[in-house]
Design a protein around this ligand. Sequence first.
Ligand SMILES: [Zn+2]
Length: 338
Amino acid sequence: MRAVPGLLCALACLPGCEAPPAPKAPAPQAEPAPKAAPRALPEPAPPAWPAEGSKLSPPEAVFTPGFGVHTVFLDAGHGSPGNPGNTSCLGIEEQAYNLAMVEHLAPMLRETGRFALCLSRTATPGPDYRARLAAAEAFGAEVIVSIHSDVRGQGQPCPVPDAAKPPAARIGSSGKEAKRAEAERPHGREHSADEADAAQESRSALRMCNPDAPGFAVLCSDEGGEELARTRRELAQAVASSLARTGFLPYDGVDYEDLYALDPQTPGVFIDRHRPGRRILFLREPRIPSIIIETHHAWDPREERRFQDRATRDAFGEALAAGLAAYLAGQAERKAEP
Ligand SMILES: [Zn+2]
């Protein structure tokens, strides 16, 4: 449109209208030469999992139109009589960790309003594995997810932290130093007797550490027919992809040797290759697609500490919800195909 100077002026000067800002006068002199931009320092690479401070950003779960509500059987691994699982480098039994993790994840999944859950156990000990699988069938579960932690490779006795050593052994016999050490001890331990220190030390000596094999693993079986093997693998792939996108590290599988085969498509997915007769019941037996998630390596002090944090468990829960949503939407789409 062509400008009409008179009209513009009349409109601009109507009462109640703000005067338009005066056009800027041209710069009276030539602009100074632009300064050379300071050379940008290379951004330090953000720390990667499981380093302290590494970021976890779970993808948002996508619930496709008509997604509805799906049934999930959530198992806290181990926790039946005589089956406690591993002991972490922090001295935590796997059966207790698995249950705490499931108790954290279940409300998160329920809150989406998209998953109806059945938990295999809410106490330790709980039912044995066969009873759990029967419960999953009776519930009409569409998927079975079993939560575990892993221990891998050659563990070494964990170093005893200085705080766990008796003061005399730590600082020699100087009374002044002993007093200072006593003042530095964590609150609540001031009045603990020497035997408590000794007990702590002996427990530490029994714990195993191995920082060389971090990461999650999602295990599945390819037995039981093509269709069942396909759905299990797709479930494992959807969950592993979501965990990796969140910032968790897929385990490389080196220490599994010939017990599991690495899925060539999705890092962190492994197919059970135990000798026939030794294969894992929870993976092989159910007709419902099932996976085991080894959330982390419990002998890796960095991962073990991170998984004690609420923020890590929250990120894991969101990643699991997104992975399940992706898998279930994919299956619905497949069914809808002519
Ligand atoms: Zn386990």
